[in-house]
Design a protein around this ligand. Structure first.
Ligand SMILES: Cc1ncc(COP(=O)(O)O)c(C=O)c1O
Ligand SMILES: N[C@@H](CCOP(=O)(O)O)C(=O)O
Length: 465
């Protein structure tokens, strides 16, 4: 399997190279040259199989023999052995045809663990085989950072630097990033918002001399392997609910468009998905774009679902590439419009193609809080504010015959303030994190300044030449 850039000006790469590259050298994002196909028969054959078995079957075509099967399987088993639920991502029924898929049973209580636990093992393997070391940088609005730090802590071949927006993540999220005692981990508190952090990461990837000097690698969902690992749970949940003989819809609390793009990939691979519904908070660039066809940045407003407080959704570029029939020139034009004027317009045919697959809606903070309260009263189930945004939006898209699965992207205990004010309940952290708020914090405060951040990283990265 080859991976090609959405901007068409970077070399195509095999799996291991795309894994280590993160962002393509032309600023684009890697996608598979073709979508692997699973027939109804193939999907039926997955019924009754474990999460790990299905992960191996679904992901094998992407890895395409670059990692021996037995070693790849062992990585899958180890990655999902860190989850505290035997089903890995269990489904909970909350209404006649409504389900919640709990993606938060991993070590840091957010869906990011699903991909990050596998990604760290894949990267470690490839680097070890090549006798190389890499410097990983990541931007986080709260969850990616903690998950990446947990997954990469103590690994010999990587140093990891996580940029988070100072004062804009929840106290639990911050401590998951700042209390690691591993020598290869650095948490950097940037005086700005998530988009400043994401822009710094992209600027580091586009600074070729820095990129090569420190052997830069990325763990944000700009890295194809992040999306790839998330495809699996669309398969497992749809199969549990009757696929391929019944279509299933998904509502996904969305920020960077990575998680829902994985659902789109699953559909392109043959999974019968009825609708993919984007749920945003007040930072609703995606809901606005799907309505009007105009992708237009606006300043970010802080909300009770901070991990979705994002102005630019990186992975939307991957969807555009497909909607433009893989015309990289058209993608480049949009991205240059975005750089120059903070906006671009999607042509009507591409917008029609997108609307065929996706629905979208926004939940205000009040609506998300109301969803937390209702769900507790009606189903005795406690939502976190991100999942609650999803539940609010999903209600508009529920259909009598197609099951609707809302992705529960984080555990309520990561956001105790918002959950308590909506429900009166103070959600407790699980036992393995019960001392988190008493652990000692270490982090560096930096300005959103490329030179300052690069200098800090180059000084502290062991891979720096
Ligand atoms: C809890 C939570 N929900 C939803 C999202 C949005 O996911 P994505 O950025 O993949 O759209 C994030 C962050 O990415 C998150 O941490
Ligand atoms: N919401 C994310 C933002 C980064 O997204 P990613 O999926 O591209 O890593 C977070 O919690 O950090």
């Amino acid at each position: 399997m080859q991976y090609i850039s959405t901007r068409g000006e970077a070399p195509s790469l095999g799996f291991s190279d795309a894994l280590l590259a993160g962002l393509a050298r032309d600023g684009g994002l890697y996608v598979p040259a073709q979508w692997p196909q699973f027939s109804k028969r193939d999907i039926r054959a997955m019924r009754g199989k474990s999460y790990q078995d299905i992960a191996f079957t679904v992901l094998q075509p992407f890895v395409d023999g670059e990692i021996p099967d037995d070693q790849f399987r062992a990585m899958i088993d180890a990655a999902y052995g860190t989850f505290r639920h035997p089903a890995v991502v269990p489904l909970v029924q909350t209404g006649a045809n409504s389900f919640i898929m709990e993606l938060f049973h991993g070590p840091t209580l957010a869906f990011k663990d699903v991909a990050m636990q596998l990604l760290a093992r894949l990267m470690d393997h490839v680097l070890r085989e090549r006798g190389q070391r890499a410097t990983i940088v990541g931007a986080t609005s709260g969850d990616t950072g903690g998950a990446a730090i947990d997954a990469f802590a103590g690994r010999d071949n990587t140093d990891i630097f996580i940029l988070f927006p100072h004062g804009r993540v929840s106290p639990v999220q911050q401590r998951q990033m700042t209390t690691s005692d591993a020598g290869n981990v650095r948490a950097l508190a940037i005086e700005g918002n998530f988009d400043d952090c994401q822009n710094l990461v992209k600027a580091m990837f586009n600074d070729m001399s820095f990129r090569d000097r420190v052997r830069l690698s990325g763990v944000n969902s700009i890295n194809w392997a992040r999306i790839m690992a998330q495809i699996v749970y669309y398969f497992t949940s749809a199969i549990a609910l009757g696929a391929p003989d019944r279509k299933v819809s998904f509502t996904v609390p969305t920020g960077n468009f990575g998680d829902i793009f994985a659902g789109y990939c699953a559909k392109r691979m043959g999974l019968p998905v009825a609708k993919l519904v984007v749920a945003t908070n007040e930072n609703d660039i995606l809901a606005r774009t799907l309505r009007s066809g105009r992708y237009e940045m606006r300043p970010v407003v802080p909300t009770t679902s901070p991990s979705m407080d994002i102005a630019i959704s990186s992975n939307f570029e991957r969807l555009l590439f497909d909607a433009f029939d893989r015309d990289a020139d058209a993608v480049r034009q949009c991205m240059s419009g975005l750089r120059q004027s903070g906006a671009f317009t999607i042509d009507p045919d591409a917008l029609k193609a997108i609307k065929k697959e996706f629905g979208a809606g926004k939940a205000t903070q009040r609506q998300a809080a109301a969803a937390i309260k209702d769900m507790l009263e009606q189903a005795g189930y406690l939502l976190d504010p991100h999942t609650a945004s999803g539940v609010h939006v999903s209600r508009r898209f529920e259909k009598p015959r197609a099951p609707m699965v809302t992705l529960a992207t984080a555990h309520p205990a990561k956001f105790p303030g918002a959950v308590k004010s909506a429900s009166g309940i103070d959600p407790a952290l699980p036992s393995w994190l019960s001392d988190l708020m008493h652990r000692e914090e270490t982090y560096e405060r930096l300005q959103p300044d490329l030179e300052e951040v690069e200098t800090y990283i180059a000084r502290n990265a062991r891979a720096a030449a």
